[in-house]
Design a protein around this ligand. Structure first.
Ligand SMILES: Nc1nc2c(c(=O)[nH]1)N[C@H]1C(S)=C(S)[C@@H](COP(=O)(O)O)O[C@H]1N2
Ligand SMILES: [Mo]
Length: 316
């Protein structure tokens, strides 16, 4: 079985000193770091015909607009970043198995004329579309995923942002009973993320309710998560309960955890390295070798205009 080199599975969390281990993250994180070196890759599927295995639901297409093959369902649902459950990508699915994502409400407010609390059934009334997007993790691995969802702009239009609203802030559920990772006081919970309002209104930005034609499994952010395909995966906040329109740039979970490593914009950029590793290439999970990372994850034509005139080394 193929192994992912340790360099590609560097934990996304900040590099912890021994002292910090003792103080905060504790034995859990230590175990994760050690085991990361010997961790097995998710089983790569040998041929496209058995992609995803017998039980995997079928998406309508087998590749994205660049001809890149879909990542098998089994991989998308068993190799996850979701720190609320575990820092180990292969432990997330089993730990999230019984997560209760129904009933669920999403409170949308802040600088809006019509604050509202939506049930999932309300959000499923927005026409659900399938979109095949590449997901590029800051750890330099990537997948191609057929998402089901709707443009975030539709939800924002429904609440009518006021002219003072400049950013959108998203928050994940806070429930340490269900999410054991939240008992780790090293991180500042709940997980939060943000977008500039024009990024949030962009047609490529979606709220995903499913993948491979099925509702989102818990490990992928049930029942509702953000997907912003030209940004590093950590922007795509999972299991959202709160969305606020705000005037000031929100501070994200990763900006709080390691400000010198993770910025607000987080646009995929092969030319701006993470302080601890290059972002010039990536490994598509399930493939041998590496591929060059594309600026804005290959979506430059659609989104580059949003950042015209900005110094992307400064606004990383
Ligand atoms: N609430 C929450 N959302 C999160 C994360 C997390 O730890 N907690 N991890 C992020 C990171 S780093 C990535 S790469 C993607 C991974 O999504 P996936 O597991 O569905 O592939 O989710 C993002 N959303
Ligand atoms: Mo990530």
């Amino acid at each position: 079985m193929e192994k992912i080199p340790a360099s590609e599975i560097t934990p996304e969390h900040l590099y912890l000193t021994r002292r910090q281990f003792m103080l905060g993250a504790g034995a859990l994180a230590l175990g994760t770091v050690l085991s990361a070196c010997g961790v097995q890759a998710p089983a790569p599927t040998a041929t496209p015909s058995n992609a995803g295995g017998v039980d995997a639901p079928q998406a309508s297409k087998s590749s994205d607009e660049l001809g890149d093959k879909l990542t098998p369902f089994d991989t998308v649902t068993h190799y996850n970043n979701f720190y609320e459950f575990s820092l180990d990508k292969e432990d997330v699915a089993p730990l999230a198995k019984d997560f209760k994502s129904s009933p669920w409400t999403i409170k949308v407010g802040g600088l809006v004329n019509k604050p509202q609390t939506f049930g999932m059934e309300d959000l499923l009334k927005f026409a659900q579309e399938e979109r095949i997007y590449r997901l590029r993790c800051v750890e330099a691995w990537s997948m191609v995923i057929p998402w089901l969802g709707f443009p975030l702009s539709k939800l924002l239009a429904a609440v009518e942002p006021t002219s003072q609203a400049k950013y959108v802030r998203f928050e994940t559920l806070l429930d340490s009973k269900q999410m054991p990772g939240q008992r780790d006081a090293y991180f500042k919970w709940p997980y939060a993320e943000g977008l500039r309002l024009d990024e949030a209104m962009h047609d490529l930005t979606i709220l995903a309710t499913g993948l491979y034609g099925k509702p989102l499994p818990p490990q992928d952010g049930a029942p509702l998560r953000l997907v912003v395909p030209w940004k590093y995966g950590f922007k795509s906040v999972k299991s959202i309960v709160k969305i606020d329109l705000v005037a000031e740039m929100p501070v994200s979970f990763w900006m709080t955890s390691a400000p010198s490593e993770y910025g607000f914009y987080a646009n995929v950029n092969p030319e701006v390295s993470h302080p601890r590793w290059s972002q010039a290439s990536e490994r598509r999970i399930g493939e041998l070798g590496r591929r060059k990372t594309l600026v804005y994850n290959g979506y430059a034509e659609q989104v580059a205009a949003l950042y015209q005139g900005m110094d992307l080394r400064k606004y990383f």
